[in-house]
Write a protein that binds this ligand. Structure first.
Ligand code: T46
Length: 147
């Protein structure tokens, strides 16, 4: 199991979850503050996503999340203000941990893809940077990540 180190600056890592397999199928479980580094305060999921849909296009001031493809696949593009990378989510045993201050964009959803997200806080619109320029300005503040 990979435990992401909490990095106060933008941080992304893959978390491998346990899987229990038997002839009836596979079972995977996630425990807050064990497999993922925060207490789970919210769960939401995306489904019925058109294959040409683009989602995300924002960053969070405080929120940490772990993103899963429970079914199908999609691409997650991430950007910490300096470095851009991308991940293909297609394995329900792997979660993508995304810290605060990471810009994310999602696309290339397969037909019938289901994305589940475990979040560290309840929904709050004021936690979003929805303007990339505001996000970049924040990431370029000296010591912006220090708590
Ligand atoms: C993220 C990606 C993976 C709520 O009312 N409650 C919620 O918990 C969420 C997540 C959204 N909303 C409302 C806010 C908007 O009016 O649902 C609407 C669509 O939200 P948004 O455009 O932010 O959805 P996505 O798919 O672009 O982004 C979401 C999360 O917001 C974001 O944190 O990382 O999924």
């Amino acid at each position: 199991m990979t435990q992401p180190k909490l990095n106060p600056r933008g941080s992304v890592s893959v978390i491998d979850l346990p899987v229990v397999s038997d002839p009836r199928g596979d079972l995977t479980f996630v425990e807050g503050e064990n497999h993922i580094p925060f207490p789970i305060r919210r769960v939401y999921y995306l489904y019925n996503v058109p294959v040409d849909s683009e989602r995300g296009g924002h960053a969070h001031k405080e929120l940490e999340q772990v993103v899963f493809a429970l079914s199908g696949s999609f691409r997650m593009k991430v950007d910490d203000g300096q470095t851009k990378s991308e991940y293909w989510l297609r394995d329900p045993r792997k979660g993508l941990y995304i810290s605060r201050l990471v810009w994310r964009e999602m696309d290339s959803f397969s037909q019938g893809a289901v994305c589940m997200v475990l979040a560290s806080h309840r929904y709050e619109e004021s936690d979003y940077y929805r303007d990339y320029k505001d996000f970049l300005a924040e990431t370029q503040q000296p010591n912006q990540g220090v708590r």
